[in-house]
Write a protein that binds this ligand. Sequence first.
Ligand code: NAP
Length: 461
Amino acid sequence: MPIATVNPATGETLETYDALSEEEIERRLATADSTFRTYRTTSFDERARLLRRAAELLEEDRQDIARTMTSEMGKPITQARAEADKCAKAMRWYADHAAELLADEEPAGHDVKDSGGSRAYVRYRPLGPVLAVMPWNFPLWQVVRFAAPALMAGNVGLLKHASNVPQTALYLEDLFRRAGFPEGCFQTLLIGSSAVEGVLRDRRVKAATLTGSEPAGRSVASVASDEIKKTVLELGGSDPFVVMPSADVERAARVAVTARTQNTGQSCIAAKRFIVHEDVYDAFTERFVEGMKALKVGDPLDEDTQVGPLSSERGRDDLAELVDDAVEHGATVLCGGERPDGPGAYYPPTVLADVTPEMRIHQEESFGPVATLHRVAGLDEAVAVANDTPFGLSSNVWTREEADIDRFVRDLEAGGVYVNGMTASHPALPFGGVKRSGYGRELSGHGIREFCNITTVWHGA
Ligand code: NAP
């Protein structure tokens, strides 16, 4: 895949970049390694000062970086600005809380006399240079939610961003440099995916995090396991959105539209499968389809646009194939479903009913504004259909019954259960999945500790 900015709204190639040479990669790895040796000894206060400065600069740059993201991957401009703001907030959150999250800890349930000592505690120490392999869909946020905790923990970052967002990748390196982080604390490696293995096998790289597709995750995890290096994987999702009879159907349908189409539907935590109890199926479906049809699709730079183009022609082809396959196997199209003519990788908001297990869309992730509807007769069936997927990222449930909520929280196979609201990441809440959605967690205290050496310190009597 070439490293290039191709505007998905027009198909025009705006910039192309050469991949880094072997020598340049080596220089950057050496810089990361030597910077880590000193950066790891800095105080939380010093790191927080630099991260707060990065947040300020990002806020100053929000208009420009939003336009860059939109021109690289087609995100509606209002959502691009919101993404920049969210990143600044997360930086401040980690600047404010990292010292407390990584404070020395008394091991729970341990009486130091039992281990024959006088004192024992856990210290969270940094690991070293961490490689971050990141996707294009939230080109700032995916990186910042790795970088902010990593830098606060005393690690240094090496970013291999998706090949279609090179300008955002270079912006991030520049942002951290301007904020005052020492050279080498955060570097962007403009490399193709085939160069990832070499970087990951390098002895100076201590761990890796990957957000992206299952094949990419499998590849990085297998190299890392061969090298005995820690990984965190945030992979795909096909989140259920369950609507039970006691739900506020009107509100559920309104939120469902946003939950499916935010970021033009290209979100791992988008609700993708709408599982609706038969008592409210017709009422929900009518409102949901109405809402999907009413969305304004168009130029992502237009302030009113709610759904832009997909990030690439390839992305649109993949999505159209999933829909076509479902229709061939008997799915009913309630809206959308037709690939438009004309320039740009556009695909209309689409709702499919009568989806059955033999359709590809039943088991695969649809990365675009396409929703599937599933009618269920009760709680048991709702849980069974929700769990009938290889993925387990998050889930949404709509009900006013405590018994329903207890059941969903107990039985849904997912890294999150969001009740009467849509899944959204927040710096203070752990984020990640089970099953084929990956392992490990980002954000919160769990996220910052993933790339720490959890060190036991024990003093003799
Ligand atoms: P992708 O193709 O897997 O790309 C993601 C990153 O991995 C890119 O930097 C890509 O580089 C790199 N990559 C691809 N193949 C690789 C390999 N064999 N070895 C090493 N690196 C490799 O993913 P995508 O299709 O662009 O992104 C969408 C996917 O990401 C969806 O499945 C979505 O659900 C998932 N996602 C998950 C989360 C989460 O938190 N769970 C969040 C956002 C997105 P190149 O661009 O150079 O190929």
